[in-house]
Write a new protein. Structure first.
Length: 205
């Protein structure tokens, strides 16, 4: 019997995959890639070690899948919040706030995200090309907001691609400070500080 166009087998497969990916993100965040084991991930997921291998051929494949799923979820959430805003100012705020809010709820995932994307940007990552595409996709999202802001006269003219990446990396650094060193700090505090800093730097007034 199909459920919303899917069979029970499909639903179970997706559910079990999600369970394993959630457990993997937790274990990778706590132990790092080298220290994580399939045994630990299976234990965290509440499944047998052999079950993990039915879904993922290797620890590396599982690591990349867990990172990819987290990044895609982040991107979808931020896009939805930006689409709800009706101005350049609002969209920029949503881009910043959406990332802080997502990672404040997924602090363990941020640790592997921060490490892997730091390697990617530095050119030392051993990731699949897909992760460069994911980085570019997020940067392009910010570029479109900045370009529209300039066209509407809300932002002063500047090099859009370069500025977008500088802002993106600034957000990532601020997130690291908040997530890794700002225990107990409400995300609204760094969101307000960072947004004001960025807007005053690129605003037309």
């Amino acid at each position: 019997m199909a459920i919303a166009g899917k069979t029970k087998k499909d639903v179970l497969l997706e559910f079990r995959t999600a369970e394993i990916l959630d457990a993997a993100r937790t274990v990778f965040a706590q132990r790092g890639f080298a220290g994580a084991t399939i045994d630990a991930i299976a234990l965290a997921a509440g499944v047998a070690k052999g079950t993990v291998y039915l879904y993922f051929e290797s620890k590396r494949e599982l690591f990349l899948a867990s990172l990819r799923e987290g990044v895609l979820a982040l991107h979808a959430e931020v896009v939805a919040e930006m689409e709800a805003a009706d101005s350049c100012e609002g969209k920029l705020h949503s881009f910043i706030a959406g990332r802080f809010q997502y990672f404040s709820r997924n602090r363990e995932f941020f640790r592997i995200y921060y490490t892997e994307f730091s390697h990617l940007i530095a050119g030392t990552a051993n990731s699949q090309p897909e992760f460069q595409d994911l980085y570019e996709q997020q940067a392009k999202l910010l570029e479109s907001v900045l370009a529209d802001g300039i066209a509407q006269g809300q932002l002063r003219p500047f090099d859009v691609p370069r500025t977008a990446r500088m802002i993106y990396d600034l957000i990532r650094a601020a997130l690291a400070q908040h997530i890794l060193h700002g225990a107990g700090e409400a995300p609204e505090v760094p969101i307000a500080t960072l947004y004001e800093f960025v807007w005053k730097g690129i605003g037309s007034k």
